[in-house]
Design a protein around this ligand. Structure first.
Ligand code: 5AD
Length: 346
């Protein structure tokens, strides 16, 4: 028999936790309230009640990849494609800065239409205009040389979810042209260069087992990323996974809490996907240990086109311009939005 307090204390001792104890946490919803409150204690020890906000600018929905779960996959002919210009992006940053954002996340599909020089030019332009802000890139798998060039241009952080840490599962989610090996290589390259690095995965992606999730947690223990993005899988009607069920809210929350206890210093977003499967999903994510939210700062005309999954929220408190609404929600959950660059505290 397992005792939740004993399991939590093993979890806090980084390398003590065995697979069966992790399985116990993942499989039992009835231990949830203890798990969440323990995670909240650790989160407050490291970050107080601060919630960091990041302005998410979705720079392009062109993608050369064909991931089976993703709505902006190459073979989806039913969406209009767009690519922002440097001046579009700078305008987003101008608006975001006035609202209080001190991190800009530029995310996009793997778009061959942006070459490295253009990315570097955009990064250095934003950085020179807003030297007190952090720039996060999330534009997929690139060579180490490219990552280095973006870093030298002024990028501080990079988000690249590993998606799943098991080879066979990785191949069930992605075409043969992609590999877990390269994904991991990219993450280690980013770390070596000096980025604050974010990994992560979807909960309830097709074919995922509890053993897969345990492997994901082990991979996070090994990589020790600064940021960890975790959200439920949500089907998209124009993908091969259109008939699969969405990920489970409560399992997602338990995984957030486990990650908080395993990596106490981590920056963990309460994701848009969490807010999409449940109206109070993002508040619940914060209470389970998350400490970051990433409202949408993209130009409103393109927001509906960055359709990673069905019904992806981009209005209300998901919209950067409704920051007051978000602030109220965060306060209701027991925390407070701060104007801060929000670097990792490790
Ligand atoms: N459901 C949930 N998350 C998704 N992502 C892509 N497609 C989906 C989906 N259908 C996530 C991936 C990717 C991030 C940008 O969005 O984990 O890394």
């Amino acid at each position: 028999m397992y005792n939740i307090y004993e399991v939590v204390s093993k979890l806090k001792n980084e390398h003590d936790i065995d697979d069966d104890s992790l399985r116990f946490l993942l499989e039992n919803q009835d231990i949830e309230s203890v798990l969440f409150s323990e995670a909240d204690v650790v989160r407050r020890e490291h970050y107080g009640d601060d919630v960091y906000i990041r302005g998410l600018i979705e720079i392009s929905n062109y993608c050369k990849n064909n991931c089976y779960y993703c709505g902006i996959r190459r073979d989806n002919k039913n969406i209009a494609r767009y690519r922002l210009t440097k001046s579009d992006i700078l305008e987003c940053c101008d608006a975001g800065y006035l609202l209080g954002f001190r991190t800009f996340v530029m995310q996009g599909g793997e778009d061959g239409g942006f070459d490295d020089n253009e990315i570097c030019d955009i990064v250095s332009s934003v950085k020179s205009k807003y030297p007190d802000c952090a720039i996060t890139l999330s534009i997929g798998e690139k060579s180490k040389e490219s990552y280095k060039a973006y870093f030298d241009a002024g990028a501080d952080r990079y988000l690249l979810r590993h998606e799943t840490a098991c080879d066979d599962h990785y191949q069930q989610l992605h075409p043969q042209s992609m590999s877990l090996k390269n994904r991991k290589k990219c993450l280690y390259n980013l770390k070596e260069i000096g980025y604050q690095v974010g990994a992560g995965f979807m909960v309830g992606s097709p074919f995922q087992t509890i053993d897969n999730i345990i492997a994901d947690l082990r991979f996070l223990q090994e990589l020790q990323p600064d940021m960890v993005g975790i959200g439920p899988f949500i089907r998209h009607h124009d993908t091969p996974f259109k008939d699969f069920a969405n990920g489970d809210l409560h399992l997602t929350l338990r995984i957030i809490a486990i990650v908080r206890l395993m990596l106490p210093y981590a920056l963990i977003p309460s994701t848009t996907a969490l807010g999409t499967i449940s109206n109070d999903g993002r508040e619940l994510g914060l209470k389970a240990g998350a400490n970051v939210v990433m409202p949408n700062l993209s130009p409103s005309a393109v927001r509906s086109l960055y359709s990673l999954y069905d019904n992806k929220k981009h209005s209300g408190s998901e919209a950067a311009e409704s920051l007051n609404l978000l602030k109220k929600q965060v306060e209701h959950a027991g925390y407070r939005v701060v104007t801060d660059v929000g670097n990792v505290k490790r």
